[in-house]
Design a protein around this ligand. Structure first.
Ligand code: IMP
Ligand code: MG
Length: 174
């Protein structure tokens, strides 16, 4: 059996994501579009809110990566499951991730996308679990740093469940 405990309320999330949109706007002032590349599926809800919090013109793109399987721990093996539909060469790119955990996913993806010669490449993550890091990753925008607990909601799942919760919750075993 498991139980949900609210860690970040929908209201706290909304306020912070609005702020992140303003932070990003300050960094992009040329009027060129920024390609927001969401990592499927967890980042889709954060990406939708972040894009609307920004005034900078955006393009929304998605890439599929799997590292977790169905459990709570990463397999460590990162695989591309769906590539981008468009070239990113010469464009400003922000990788948008739900949570930075071991760092394996973002390390792999940042390297892959850098090889495609974007004009600039940054990373925005909704959550960061710094205690869990195995690979060092430089992130540019972080929503919240959280303790090492398994969380669901606001796009994050456990075996594909709970993505549509408005609050971010800790999934506790009882
Ligand atoms: P990393 O490669 O270990 O940094 O893992 C990042 C991915 O692991 C995220 O995109 C999530 O899909 C998944 N993940 C890590 N921690 C959690 C969690 O607490 N809840 C749900 N998914 C998580
Ligand atoms: Mg997941």
């Amino acid at each position: 059996m498991s139980k949900l405990r609210v860690l970040l309320s929908a209201e706290q999330i909304r306020t912070r994501v609005e702020e992140m949109g303003r932070e990003i706007d300050l960094d992009y002032t040329t009027g060129e579009p920024v390609y927001l590349i969401g990592i499927l599926k967890g980042a889709c809800i954060f990406l939708a809110d972040l894009a609307r919090a920004m005034k900078t013109p955006t393009r929304l793109e998605f890439i599929g990566i799997s590292s977790y399987g169905r459990g709570k721990t990463s397999s460590g093996q990162v695989q591309l499951t769906k590539d981008l539909d468009v070239p990113i060469e010469g464009h400003h790119v922000i990788i948008v991730e739900d949570i930075l955990d071991t760092g394996n996913t973002l390390t792999y993806l940042a390297k892959l996308l850098a090889q495609r010669h974007p004009k600039s490449l940054r990373i925005a993550t909704f959550l960061d679990k710094p205690e869990r890091r195995q690979a060092p990753v430089k992130v540019d925008y972080v929503g919240f740093a959280i303790p090492d607990e398994f969380v669901v909601g606001y796009g994050l799942d456990y075996a594909e469940d709970y993505r549509n919760l408005r609050d971010l919750c800790v999934l506790e075993e009882i």
